[in-house]
Design a protein around this ligand. Structure first.
Ligand code: E4P
Length: 211
């Protein structure tokens, strides 16, 4: 499983990239709104920092509008992936982007049929939202396992991005259940590194060395 970072904050993206583990970035309108900068300018900065896929979401709700916006976003850099919501109009737009060889990430996936439809329309990635399912008392991880099983059985090469990740256990379980990628908030990335026995071990080694 690869790591993406789920943010539009350029400092966090740079810090994550310096760790050598970053395969891509996902943004969404809520994350961009926190940043107080032009969306296009920020995407330019991100694509200059990260060579992997950078997801940029369209705002239009009709296919025509999505296609127009998506083409503009894709023109910013070759590694832009157009993020499209899981709707009938979104599927139409994904088909067009696929014909144009523009990569897509179908977002707001909450069941396996949505993922299968997105894949068949030509999506490069699907993003099931784990945390938001957990929030309403459904097991988000079951969905990852179900989508991974279906894609595997039908030889579908669309990649599964485990999204709406809230804590380290989500990351481990997403890897175990067949997600290709986990897109992780910067805070969770920091939590993945930490273990109290690692910290205690370092402290003890240093104390012994200083004796
Ligand atoms: C994924 O691409 C989304 O940006 C994100 O993971 C949503 O997470 P949230 O449910 O924490 O807002």
């Amino acid at each position: 499983m690869k790591f993406f970072i789920d943010t539009a904050n350029i400092d966090d993206i740079r810090s994550a990239n310096a760790l050598g583990i970053l395969a891509g970035v996902t943004t969404n309108p809520s994350l961009v709104a926190k940043e107080n900068i032009s969306f296009h300018d920020r995407l330019k900065e991100i694509t200059e920092e990260v060579s992997g896929s950078v997801s940029a979401e369209v705002i239009a709700e009709d296919a025509e509008g999505m296609i127009e916006e998506g083409k503009e976003l894709a023109a910013i850099a070759p590694n832009i992936t157009v993020k499209v919501p899981m709707t009938l109009e979104g599927l139409k737009a994904v088909k067009t982007f696929s014909d144009l060889k523009i990569k897509t990430n179908v977002t707001l996936i909450f069941n396996a049929n949505q993922a299968l439809l997105a894949a068949r329309a030509g999506a490069s990635y699907v993003s099931p939202f784990l945390g938001r399912l957990d929030d309403i008392g459904q097991d988000g991880m079951d969905l990852i396992a179900m989508i991974a099983g279906i894609f595997d059985r039908h030889n579908i090469d669309t990649e599964i991005i485990a999204a709406s990740i809230r804590h380290p256990l989500h990351v481990t379980d997403a890897a175990l259940n067949g997600a290709h990628i986990a897109t992780i908030p910067y805070k969770v990335l920091g939590q993945l590194v930490k273990h109290p026995l690692t910290d205690q071990g370092i402290e003890k080694f240093l104390a012994d060395w200083n004796k």
